[in-house]
Design a protein around this ligand. Structure first.
Ligand code: ADP
Length: 497
């Protein structure tokens, strides 16, 4: 297969150039182990490998044992060997391992050990600083658009089905972005399993499979959205800003020629329940690109280095899946430790550094929508110009906005009753209610009216539901006030007109 031949060539080149440690960032360990073994055989080089499961193995022997013993065995007998290390994540916090690896790397680097390579096969983790100097990173895994098309062609030829024509090939390759080679093969195999054809009728299946595969990564989730900008009551300034950016995205090549930058993203901060998440979802519909949600809680791993590895993988996967919207929900959760100087703060600071650098340098078609309730925990660097294109502050809805929100939610459920409702009265009684509260009273009122066997929803039903409700401004009074004060100081753009 052409692609694998290319990979073998690349690995071979790295091996020949005397790089002491080659770190192949991949989830497809088996595939790369076999490719490296093939390259080693072609070059008449011996190879050995170590994994937690099998211990030390060479082409003839299986010796078992832990990594330290394996390294010591190899150390005395390394010349001419390719040594593959798997399962490194469980080993990188052991000083003895680091020290031995560094020693071998130094020997290779100064030419005392010729034709030797240590190759680490693992998804990228934080690399200890002592080793970083000797490591050459090969990033693999995700294929770009052209590589995906090549893969699809090879797959069709191999399986005797018709190669998709241009338009469909474009759609197909876009929807397979962000997947590894093996994952693409699996999806294609499933798609042709019913009729040995690859066509538009397979797209729902392909999208569903991709969704599952992204979810398996554990950090990102691909979300189906129905929400449109028209489903948001109020927040007019934010909505028109998003529409403008969507237009730029839709004509990005022209826009670039005109001298515009590719939009980077937006931070939407403010009161809970006021439509921030709704705006992230509606952005996906408006831009007409998929929505990937990053789970900050999951990203913050338990183990040293895990969070950074996760962040890199999430960024990598996002870039590979672009064009897409990356929705970072509850951004403050990730950065909570930075200022307090808690135990996790060093990791968080580094993690945050990775993220900022990416935001700063990014010119891919991945538009970030970060949402946050409490910005007092966010580090000031994040709010500097150049990271986000704009930072919006979402306040409690004003009268006119509450009217719109009411209309939207009544219209969704009982459009026929809308003209009977005295919206003015309801608006007056809902001062201090957020969008989610208003949705709640509409739902509650409709339910009560149904149970009471009424023919239609009336103003009195809504007023009664308001009386039964404790709005967020009542239950979270103190914290909302302190949030309001912080936002006043920051002078962010108000999301409402
Ligand atoms: P946040 O992310 O700001 O905490 P959400 O966007 O999750 O709040 O709001 C929760 C739900 O409340 C939404 O799914 C929507 O049904 C309703 N809602 C909130 N704000 C609005 C709004 N401005 N217009 C319409 N519905 C809203």
């Amino acid at each position: 297969m052409q692609l694998q031949e290319k990979l073998k060539l690349e690995i071979g080149r790295y091996m020949d150039s005397g790089m002491p440690i080659i770190y192949v960032d991949t989830l497809e360990i088996g595939l790369y182990r076999s490719l490296i073994q093939q390259v080693a055989e072609e070059k008449n080089r011996e190879y050995a490998s170590w994994s937690l499961h099998s211990g030390l193995r060479s082409s003839e022997l299986s010796l078992g044992g832990d990594l330290l013993t394996a390294i010591k065995t190899i150390e005395s007998d390394l010349p001419g060997k390719v040594f593959i290390i798997e399962d490194i994540s469980s080993q990188l916090d052991k000083p003895e391992i680091i020290s031995h690896l560094r020693h071998i790397a130094e020997e290779i680097a100064i030419g005392n050990l010729e034709e030797c390579n240590i190759i680490i096969l693992a998804p990228l983790q934080t690399i200890s600083q002592e080793l970083e100097l000797y490591i050459t990173l090969i990033s693999t895994g995700y294929l770009d658009g052209e590589q995906i098309k090549e893969r699809v062609r090879e797959f069709c030829e191999y399986n005797g089905c018709r190669v998709p024509v241009d338009d469909f090939m474009e759609t197909l390759s876009t929807s397979l972005k962000g997947l590894t080679e093996t994952e693409i093969d699996n999806i294609l195999a499933l798609a042709i399993s019913d009729d040995n054809r690859l066509d538009m009728s397979d797209m729902p299946l392909i999208r569903k499979q991709k969704q599952q595969m992204i979810k398996k990564s554990g950090i990102l989730e691909m979300i189906n959205v129905k929400e449109k900008l028209e489903d948001i009551g109020g927040l007019e300034r934010l909505k028109s800003w998003l529409s403008k950016k969507a237009q730029i995205y839709a004509h990005v090549n022209e826009a670039k020629k005109w001298g515009l930058d590719v939009p980077k993203g937006v931070l939407i901060a403010g009161m809970p329940g006021c439509g921030k998440s709704l705006a992230a979802k509606a952005a996906s519909k408006t831009f007409d690109i998929p929505l990937l949600r990053m789970d900050m809680g999951r990203l913050m791993g338990k183990y040293v280095g895990e969070s950074e590895g996760n962040m890199r993988r999430a960024i990598h996967l996002t870039e590979a899946s672009s064009p897409c919207i990356l929705w970072i929900d509850e951004l403050e959760k990730a950065f909570a430790g930075i200022q307090s100087g808690g135990t996790g703060s060093e990791v968080t600071t580094r993690l945050f550094g990775n993220f900022l650098t990416w935001m700063q340098e990014k010119d891919s078609m991945a538009f970030v929508v970060a949402t946050a309730n409490d910005i007092s925990k966010l580090p000031p660097e994040l709010m500097r110009k150049g990271r986000f294109d704009e930072i919006f502050y979402v306040d409690m809805p004003k009268d006119e906005e509450r009217r719109k929100i009411l209309e939207i939610h009544i219209n969704k459920r009982r459009p026929q009753d809308l003209e009977n409702i005295d919206l003015g009265k309801v608006v007056k009684e809902t001062d201090g209610f957020c969008g989610a509260d208003i949705e709640g009273i509409v739902r509650d009122a409709i339910e009560e009216a149904f149970v009471a066997k009424k023919e239609r929803l009336e103003t009195t039903d809504l007023l009664a539901a308001i009386k039964r409700t404790h709005p967020i401004s009542e239950t979270m009074k103190d914290s909302l006030q302190s949030m309001k004060n912080t936002y006043k100081d920051k002078k962010f753009t108000n999301a409402s007109a």
